[in-house]
Design a protein. Structure first.
Length: 87
């Protein structure tokens, strides 16, 4: 069951990553993201933010799959990391 949930999570995160990739490539979807402040394509600073969110989303997906016993083989606590960390 954890593997099924992890795969479903990765599928949803992958859809968001594709959306963010399109935004960084100049898709005119500014009204759909970042509070709808930008009409059309995002400016350069907002594209950088979308690019950084791609990295964050990929790391989140990897942490969840790792906690479910799939690749990558990171420590299980990474999926539960928070600040400040209290075991």
């Amino acid at each position: 069951m954890p593997q099924t949930a992890a795969v479903l999570y990765v599928a949803m995160v992958t859809a968001v990553i594709v959306f963010q990739l399109c935004l960084t490539a100049g898709a005119p979807w500014g009204k759909l993201t970042q509070g709808g402040r930008h009409e059309g394509a995002l400016p350069a600073s907002a594209r950088i933010a979308a690019g950084l969110s791609i990295v964050l989303l990929a790391c989140m997906a990897a942490a969840i799959t790792s906690a479910a016993g799939m690749v990558p083989n990171w420590p299980t606590w990474i999926a539960w990391a928070r600040w400040p960390y209290r075991p």
